[in-house]
Write a protein of this length. Structure first.
Length: 726
């Protein structure tokens, strides 16, 4: 602490002429290396060092200077100790098992036949089963969940222009949310107008609008607003605000399923209208000044986040996380000795017939039968299209020796569902309810009628609520059934045209979370594209369709995973990540290791960008070592290249201060405080940048501009006047 204080106490000197202050001790670093580094730093500034005394007894000597600048990155491969294994080739360091499993994982027929020493006549049989073996081998990595990452508060959020805070007729009863949000925007430096409007009212006379924050609560009004903003306010960024829609942790309480639907709508807008998209923001119950500052920082785009929850504990960003199925909860598996109710069509909300939900329901019923279920109750909607599937399911289940009952029932009618339950035999109580939600088909927002979307989403949610209420009724022994809500995703992640399905899926996930918070067993699973084994399957970009029975078998492993909502998809991240990384979904992937090495676009996974991220506009020259050469390069560069060069400079010097060893370990939008910056590190980085650029930076520069992107833009602004004269 004394080193930065001492330096700030001295009079300001021109860049490169300041007195040098070097700390002998550093927090969280060993004393001997810290002291030696301090002596070495003094030596580089011209201080005479008695090296024989310093290195007394150490095995030290002179070495030649390198012929190129050190990059501080290790490229040597780690030595791997050979593990003896039966069948391995002596001295090779590899085993037959390694070759076998690698060939299966990669679907490499030639390598697999070599590993198994098979003859050519065996190839057709192996070729037929290899894709399924490969999928099974990868199935442990299919599972994901969403979580929340705490963010460091950004200081002094700045907004500009005119913002519209849009609320509906119910806005007068929103506990002051609209007025509070408007006050937060004004405090951050922008003009705010609260607009109370019914659906269909346009924005004539609004003038130039910088941003729109929607506080509407319905699906149809929100979709109407999306359309009108696109038509009338082309330069405005649209944010969708909710209150209590999501839960960031156990202490946050359960989320509101009705409000959660808008998070599905928001994701669709992000994918179809990225140029107009601001983000999703969930507000807390307590609307105080701290929350207002955090909300304004979110609207200002600090950190590049676009799915946020503002809470008393701070702001949180939504993340997609891997869900290793080995981490099971203490919740016992559900009993299979009673009756399992399985819906065999998607209900009245399905727009694509029984293909997705019906096939899924049938496969689940067959899996349950093979796992020991004694009685399966197949339920179809009146007038539904699942009749043929029901007949097929009944025949297959009876062939397995399972007792089967087929019933027709309005899946949104709790009384009718309860009547079905009450007619079950006493020794076959209802133990599980499995519902595969119908899909609404692919329709872009521009072609989607808001009223139709509201109706379809409403039916889907009403079905889920009715089944939830049925599964909340205890049997004679006081036990309640488990509820499993399955959402087929017929398109790859990031595909457009899925607003209705995303809204319904978000409701189901929040409903499962609410049940779990109430102590009721529940699981909501979104299931990625699958195949029935046919040859006419359309390839999904970045996703491998999985054989449906294999998906259902994997579902059995997910039952006891300690998360109420899961996503399963066999993603090829090498192909999927660049596409998602270039979309508004990129921040969602920042803590997903599987995607980290493939993301394109600012921030990457975990906020750590790559050289390609910084140099997305084309190749850049190397940074000169001499400050004069660097400043000359900056002066000759166009404004765009100058900004990118400065960003590279900031990231490079940051990696040096942190001793991370590589420029691409520092993300363009990664917070300095999140990197572990101390006050001394901030001063050290400021000194490095001042010396390199000739800009006399304030000692608080790093904390005033909390990311490398922010700091590089400030540097670019400081240098702009000088470079315009070159």
């Amino acid at each position: 602490m004394l080193t930065p204080l001492a330096q700030t106490a001295l009079p300001a000197e021109p860049a490169g002429e300041q007195a040098v202050f070097v700390p002998a001790l550093r927090r969280d670093r060993a004393e001997a290396p810290s002291l030696l580094a301090a002596v070495a730093q003094l030596h580089t500034y011209g201080t005479a060092v008695d090296w024989p005394t310093v290195l007394d007894g150490a095995p030290a000597g002179h070495v030649d200077l390198p012929t190129y600048p050190f990059q501080r990155r290790r490229h040597w491969l780690d030595e791997v100790e050979e593990t003896p294994a039966t069948g391995g080739v002596p001295g090779s360091g590899a085993t037959a098992d390694d070759a076998f499993w690698t060939a299966i994982t990669d679907s490499d027929l030639d390598s697999l036949t070599d590993a198994l020493a098979l003859d050519a006549e065996d190839h057709p049989a192996l070729r037929a089963i290899l894709p399924r073996l490969s999928a099974y081998r990868r199935s442990g990595g299919w599972w994901y969940r969403t979580g929340w990452e705490g963010l460091t508060d950004a200081g002094g959020p700045a907004l500009s222009g005119h913002w519209l805070i849009v609320t509906g007729p119910e806005g007068a009863a929103d506990d002051g949310l609209a007025q509070w949000a408007a006050a937060a925007v004004r405090e951050a430096g922008a003009r705010a107008t609260v607009v109370t409007r019914p659906a269909g009212q346009d924005f004539e006379g609004a003038g130039d609008v910088e941003g729109v924050l929607s506080l509407l609560t319905g699906v149809a009004p929100t979709l109407e607003l999306v359309r009108e903003v696109a038509e009338s306010l082309p330069s405005a960024k649209l944010w969708i605000g909710t209150r209590g829609a999501v839960s960031v942790d156990a202490s946050d309480g359960e989320g509101d399923p009705e409000a959660a639907r808008l998070w599905g709508i928001g994701q669709a807008v992000a994918l179809e209208h990225p140029e107009r998209w601001g983000g999703l923001i969930d507000f807390p119950g307590l609307l105080d000044d701290r929350a207002a500052t955090r909300a304004a920082a979110a609207l200002a785009g600090h950190g590049g986040e676009n799915q946020l929850a503002v809470r008393a504990s701070g702001s949180h960003a939504r993340r997609l996380l891997h869900a290793p199925l080995g981490e099971e909860s203490a919740t016992p598996r559900q009993r299979a000795d009673g009756t399992v109710l399985v819906t065999v069509d998607g209900g009245a909300e399905s727009a694509t017939g029984p293909d997705a939900s019906g096939d899924l329901g049938l496969s689940v019923a067959l899996r349950l039968a093979r796992s020991g279920a004694r009685h399966v109750l197949l339920v179809q909607s009146p007038g539904g299209s699942g009749g043929a599937l029901t007949v097929e399911a009944e025949a297959e289940l009876l062939a397995l020796g399972i007792e089967v009952t087929v019933a027709t029932c309005d899946l949104t009618d709790v009384a009718a569902l309860t009547s079905l339950r009450d007619r079950l035999p006493a020794d076959r109580p209802l133990t599980s309810v499995v519902h595969a939600r119908g899909t609404a088909g692919d329709r872009l927002l521009a072609d989607l009628e808001p009223a139709d979307a509201e109706r379809v989403v409403g039916t889907a949610t009403a079905t889920a609520v009715a089944l939830h209420e049925l599964a909340s009724l205890p049997d004679a022994a006081g036990r309640v059934p488990a509820l499993f809500l399955l959402s087929p995703a017929t398109a790859a992640p990031g595909a457009p045209g899925r607003a209705v399905d995303l809204a319904a899926g978000a409701f189901l996930d929040a409903l499962a979370e609410r049940r779990r918070a109430a102590g009721l067993p529940a699981k909501s699973v979104t299931i990625g594209p699958w195949t029935d084994g046919g040859t006419d399957e359309q390839e999904q970009p970045g996703v491998r369709p999985v054989h449906l029975p294999l998906v259902v078998a994997a579902l059995a492993r997910a039952v006891t995973y300690d998360a109420p909502a899961l996503i399963t998809v066999d993603a090829d991240w090498a192909r999927l990540s660049p596409r998602l990384g270039a979309s508004a979904l990129a921040p969602l992937l920042r803590r997903l290791p599987a995607a980290a090495g493939h993301l394109e676009g600012p921030g990457g996974a975990s906020g750590a960008g790559t050289d390609a991220d910084a140099d997305a506009g084309g190749a850049l020259p190397a940074l000169p070592l001499e400050p004069e050469s660097l400043r000359l390069l900056l002066a000759k560069s166009p404004a765009g290249d100058r900004q990118r060069l400065l960003l590279r400079l900031v990231r490079d010097r940051t990696s040096t201060v942190l001793d991370r060893g590589a420029l691409d370990s520092v993300g363009a939008d990664e917070q300095f405080l999140d990197m572990g910056f101390s006050s001394f590190m901030a001063l050290q980085l400021r000194n490095e940048l001042s010396a390199a650029t000739g800009v006399d930076l304030p000692v608080t520069a790093v904390f005033d501009h909390p990311t490398p992107e922010d700091l590089s833009r400030m540097l670019s602004g400081e240098l702009a006047g000088e470079h315009e004269q070159v």
